[in-house]
Design a protein around this ligand. Structure first.
Ligand code: HEC
Length: 120
């Protein structure tokens, strides 16, 4: 027990006493919030997504509205599609492959998917 006692050094306990704030730690795959959707769209604007996709019409890749029709907005689909964005690939909508996006994080890709699947 004695080993656990530390002498408070000036400043080390300066923070306000901890209130009972329960952190809302939601895994990235849970229900889409309005903030997630907005951020997802903003991330896609900064990336190359709209070079190959449009919301309403098929371009190189499927229209995002068609993607939203095919996949219900579930946690499982967020994960599957986020992985697809990272890894790229073909065969679901045709033979043209989607480029891989190794620079995007799974968390950001999940927000992008939340935006896409909100387009009904
Ligand atoms: C080089 C063109 C290209 C770019 C850039 C691109 N896509 Fe795609 N995307 C495609 C093609 C082609 C498909 C269809 C792939 C298939 O048939 O499996 C696709 C499919 C998808 C799908 C559906 C995947 C499935 O398995 O049903 C999603 C979601 C998607 N893209 C999101 C994105 C996002 C988000 C970005 C930006 C980070 C992006 N795409 C950038 C061409 C592209």
């Amino acid at each position: 027990m004695i080993a656990l006692i530390t002498i408070p050094v000036a400043g080390s306990f300066a923070q306000t006493p901890k209130k009972k704030v329960i952190p809302v730690k939601k895994p990235a795959t849970q229900a889409a919030t309005a903030a997630d959707i907005k951020e997802g769209e903003a991330l896609m604007m900064k990336s190359d997504c709209f070079a190959c996709h449009k919301v309403d019409v098929k371009l190189v890749g499927p229209a995002y509205k068609d993607v939203a029709k095919k996949y219900p907005a579930t946690a499982a689909n967020y994960t599957i599609l986020a992985k697809k964005i990272l890894a790229g690939g073909s065969g679901v909508w045709g033979q043209i492959p989607m480029a891989a996006h190794p620079q995007i994080t799974q968390a950001d890709a999940t927000k992008m998917v939340k935006y896409i699947l909100s387009l009904k």
